[in-house]
Structures are given as C-alpha cells and as structure tokens.
Design a protein around this ligand. Structure first.
Ligand code: SF4
Ligand code: SF4
Length: 179
C-alpha cells in the first residue's frame, strides 16, 4: 500500500478533469482537417488522396462552380489530404470535439471556386485559381517571356481540346495552333 502511495506521489495526477477543463492533445495529434478556402486552388489532390472519399472535388457545370466538399462523418483522420495539398489549404487541426446534434449535414463543409472555361470549346474544365497557380509556378521558373505567353494561352485550353489538337497534328501532319 505504501509503495502504491509512493508511486502515486511521484507521478502526480495522470488523469484529466475533461470536460470540466480543456484537454490539451499530444503533439502531432490528428484532429479534424481544417480547410482554408482562400488558399484552395481546386487542384483536387486531396480528393484523389482521400481513402474514405471524405473529400470530393467536382465540377458543377450548371452553376459554373468547382465544388470542394468535406464530409467529416467519413473522415478517418489519416492526414493524406494534409500531406498532398500544395498550398496548405487543408491541415489537420487539434479539434476533436466533433459531435453534431441530429443533423448530419452539419458535418459537411463546402467551398465553391470560380471555373475556367476553355478558350477553344468554351466549356468549363478547371478552377481559375489552378490556372493562375500553374502560371505563377512557371513564372518563377527560368522560362522566357515568349514561352510564358504561350503557356498562358495553353493553360486555358481544356484537356479534350489539347488532345484533339495533338491528334489532328498527327493525322494531318500540320501543326494545329491553339490560340
Ligand atoms: S484526413 Fe484522411 S480521411 Fe480525412 S479528409 Fe483527409 S485524407 Fe480524407
Ligand atoms: S488546394 Fe489543397 S484543399 Fe484545395 S483542392 Fe488542392 S489539395 Fe485540396
């Protein structure tokens, strides 16, 4: 008995008075992913990496928006989204009190990004911010001004039109210029 009391005295309190006092989580705790809309470029890397489909990034052609959506009810707090996000728009936080009352839609968070329309076919295909981000990355690289101007145009063409231009180039032997 005395030995137990000695041990208890030596180590002090090992329990917490939570929820009557705030609980401080351990370093590198994997809490709710926090989303910063202003940093999001709509690249969809998080949605592709997410193993539980808690994040989806979809084009809504009717609304002309790219919809980023996170369903906390599906999240397994693996941290893949945090690892792959190129801009730090999604980071695991220390938030762990995630219960909602009756309404599961309270677990869902959304971001709506403006879309870029293809300069050839005029259809929306990606987020404007992603085009700008790609251009900014190129601008920081050692690329000539002429090439940069070409890239600026090229980035605003959808993958289907790029593919069609390449196929046409191969079949006709003529270079199809994407303007
Ligand atoms: S922490 Fe994992 S499961 Fe949760 S949203 Fe990020 S990638 Fe998906
Ligand atoms: S910028 Fe980050 S949060 Fe936004 S879609 Fe890309 S990976 Fe996801």
């Amino acid at each position: 008995m005395m030995k137990l009391l000695d041990i208890s005295k030596k180590y002090g309190d090992t329990t917490h008075k939570y929820p009557f006092e705030p609980y401080h989580v351990a370093d590198n705790f994997r809490g709710k992913p926090a989303y910063i809309f202003d940093l999001c470029i709509g690249c969809a890397a998080c949605g592709i990496a997410c193993p539980s489909n808690a994040i989806t990034v979809q084009l809504n052609a009717e609304q002309n928006k790219l919809i980023w959506e996170f369903d906390c009810g599906r999240c397994i707090f693996c941290g893949r989204c945090d690892e792959v996000c190129p801009t730090g728009a999604i980071r695991l936080s220390e938030e762990f009190e995630l219960a909602v009352k009756f309404d599961k839609s309270a677990l869902i968070q959304r971001g709506e990004l403006e879309v870029q329309c293809c300069t050839e076919c005029k259809k929306p295909f990606t987020a404007k911010r992603l085009v700008q981000y790609s251009f900014d990355c190129l601008s920081k690289a050692n690329v000539s001004q002429n090439r940069l101007e070409e890239a600026k145009d090229y980035l605003r063409v959808c993958p289907t039109c790029k593919k069609n231009a390449t196929v046409s180039n191969f079949t006709t032997g003529k270079e199809v210029v994407i303007e």
